[in-house]
Design a protein around this ligand. Structure first.
Ligand code: 5GP
Ligand code: MN
Length: 328
């Protein structure tokens, strides 16, 4: 960690990025790191390839996040957050690997240890937990804004303190962040309390699509471009819907197959442009979904992982149902 702090202290022009199709932890990490660097008079570019989901637009600096990167020559340092591998940031990956120092801060078990400096803690419930520890060591003053980003990352990556990555430390950090001015009710209202009507209608279609494997251990949810068009929603509105499939009694693994918009609406999907499907996996902890995702070229955590692939819907379903047969 000392080497990383030296690199940050010596940096002048920093490229900060997180994974495409960002979640609360990715955005919380991106903004928290950027606030700290800006506070230390660094030049900072906040990068994300995808649009910031509406529910996270209450966070500071989100309007500074850009998806444009023409040249990397001006940067001496890159900080890549919440990414198991560099291509997760999207098209910019090949350019970013030319930046002299690439710092990789992450909590995914499948992290490839890319970059010139790594800070990886697979026990951390969120990338913002790692940042909290780093910032304490750096002597950062936790302003309300920084604390809100850290809290948002933890709240969303623990599924509101319900997932198995929730620990005593999780609550200790959150208590600390609330002491620094975070308003848990306000964050919860922004993140979970303000769904568009379209998103609720999309939930209806998603629930209707659920299929269960013969042995009852695997649930399958399908999300097509047509469903998004019908409800006037964006891919970000599908975030979290898989948890309904996971909650079903006796289900050990939930799968959501999501058709990618680049095939039908000309938008980047962020998981690899050429792949028409993204598959999300969730388990109750008894099935190692990171290993399953890795076998398809993806990655993630033991209970939450994903991959994208070039295939057809019936073929993906068949492959998943074949895996389902071996789920005990
Ligand atoms: P989700 O299914 O919500 O997109 O992702 C679940 C977890 O798996 C997240 O931690 C995410 O970073 C990881 N993940 C999802 N898709 C991919 C992928 O294509 N490659 C890798 N390495 N990780 C992924
Ligand atoms: Mn994360």
């Amino acid at each position: 960690m000392d080497h990383l702090i030296t690199l940050l202290n010596n940096s002048q022009n920093v490229f900060v990025a997180t994974h495409a199709v960002p979640d609360g932890d990715a955005i919380g990490s991106l903004i928290a790191m950027s606030l700290v660097l800006v506070g230390r008079q660094k030049q900072v570019t906040l990068y994300n390839e995808s649009p910031i989901p509406a529910v996270y637009r209450f966070l500071p600096l989100v309007h500074h996040v850009t998806a444009h990167l023409e040249s990397v020559d001006i940067y001496d340092t890159a900080v890549i957050l919440d990414c198991g591998d560099l291509p997760r940031i999207g098209d910019a990956a090949s350019l970013v690997s030319r930046i002299p120092e690439v710092i990789n801060i992450d909590h995914h078990i499948t992290n490839t240890r890319f970059g010139t400096c790594q800070l990886i803690d697979v026990q951390a419930c969120a990338c913002t937990e790692i940042l909290w520890r780093l910032f304490k060591k750096m002597g950062v003053e936790f302003t309300r804004d920084i604390a809100t980003c850290i809290y948002t990352g933890i709240l969303t990556d623990t599924g509101s303190f319900r997932f198995s990555n929730t620990s005593q430390t999780t609550f200790e950090i959150c208590e600390n962040m609330v002491a620094c001015g975070v308003d848990p009710y306000q964050v919860a209202q922004c993140v979970y309390g303000t769904y568009s009507l379209g998103r609720i209608k999309l939930l209806n279609l998603a629930l209707d699509s659920i299929e269960i494997s013969e042995n009852g251990k695997v649930s399958l949810m399908t999300m097509t471009c047509e469903m998004l068009a019908e409800t006037g929603t964006q891919p970000e509105d599908a975030d979290g819907l898989i948890n309904y499939a996971r909650r079903i009694q006796d289900v050990k693994m939930a799968v959501m197959i999501q058709e990618q918009l680049n095939g039908c609406a000309g938008r980047k999907n962020g998981y690899g442009q050429r792949h028409p499907y993204h598959v999300s996996l969730r388990s109750d902890g008894s099935v190692d979904v990171a290993a399953i995702a890795a076998s398809f070229g993806g990655g993630g955590h033991r209970s939450a992982a994903g991959f994208s692939l070039e295939s057809t819907l019936p073929e993906i379903k068949e492959r998943i149902l074949r895996i389902a047969e071996s789920v005990a």
